[in-house]
Write a new protein. Sequence first.
Length: 488
Amino acid sequence: MKQKVGISAITAYVPSYRVGLEDWCNWTDNSWDKISSIIGSGFRMLGPDESIYTMAANAVLDLIIENKIEPSQIGFLALGTESSTDNSAGTIIIKGMVNDELKNRGLSPISNQCEVPEFKQACLSGIYALKNAVRYVNSDAPEKKAIVVCSDIALYQIGSSGEPTQGAGAVATLIESNPKIAEVNTAFSGSSSEYRQIDFRKPIQYRAENLNGHSASDLDLPVFNGKYSASCYIDGTISALSNMSLNRGQSLSKLLNEAAAVFMHRPFHKMPMNAFSISYLYALANGDEDDHQEFYDLLAQANIQPEEIKKELKERPDLVTFLQTDINKELFPKTNKALKSLNRIKPFKDKVLSKIKLGNELTKEMGNIYSGSIFAWLAAGIEDSMKNGKDLNGKDGLLIGYGSGDAAEVIPISFTQDCCDKESNIKYSSAFSEPVNLNHKQYIKLRTNKILEGVESIKSKGFVVSKVGKEESTDFQDAGIEYYEYLN
């Protein structure tokens, strides 16, 4: 019998420094009702002595310690990120930090034979790392363990539409044979990739040449087109789902109905809700007679005329044409408008929205952590299920990852019969405890200049950047290299 490979534990790490979005609304004269329903409730800011590498090391160390993992058994440690600050090294930096602290604690280190790749494709990098970790255990080393850690910071210009969707955090996931939480079925996944040109990019050289007195943190600011990006997200999701349906030889509606829970890339609260709802309607509009009947019944109960919606969903436009016509067009404008009514009726809530409800409230504090968003939502959903009826035990689910640019992946997962029985396997909510709430002045100073004012006595947790090298002579060079220490 073929071995099962999948997820056995997940650990999250977020910085202490919090921006409450209700406070942010008061600072910026935005509507709290609107922001709370569309975006969430808060996000975290990276401390001056933190980096994506320290966040990742904190998450990995916690994963190893909390789950009593024998470090010598880890054969694959992968980093997924779109916030790299070193174009040479990445994962090995994390391994080095973790090994130093493991040895300080009298424990054995991760082996020198451990593979240490880094993956990049916007917010999809973590899912690509996951697929490769599963393949590694499945084909190369069934007796070994793999860890995927996603670490990112999401920064947007102050005053832009993206500002309330910022965030920082890391999520580490343990992959092994005979998983404790869920089997990851990569063989039945669906993929999609298509170059979208100006969807969402990070042109570092351009930013470096045009800082004009701004802080170095602005190097990470994206160039993006919000409405076009939302259309690309929906289009990529539908393409990957359709590919999964083709690969499995089953209708898309059947596969979506069989999934008890769906976890997606989550840049902010509302986006995955819209994308999954539209994908479900797309599956019905392009399905068989039974699907069409369900489509008509749902729209009738929401008092919506179905034919125009069905026509729109069957005539999916090519997004490349938007670049020549109107980049701010919606992909499915009539369908999107219909969701306002559909979201209020019980059949749609029961059939569609119920699949994306687990962990919803827990993730409103997360902000956008790019590659780690989907894994954090999965952890929140499992934790939610643990505390509220163990709905996931023995059920099937879907992971739907997306990376601007645009690429998408859908991976079926099968939760174990006792996936919700051991709370120590998931560490999500506890990562958000004891926040340091920033006032407006502190937020601006930290966001623009990486300077923390008024809360100097609050130390970052675990691994920190102790100093940054400055030497660049002929005899010795360490300019820009981070040095690390672990704060007990």
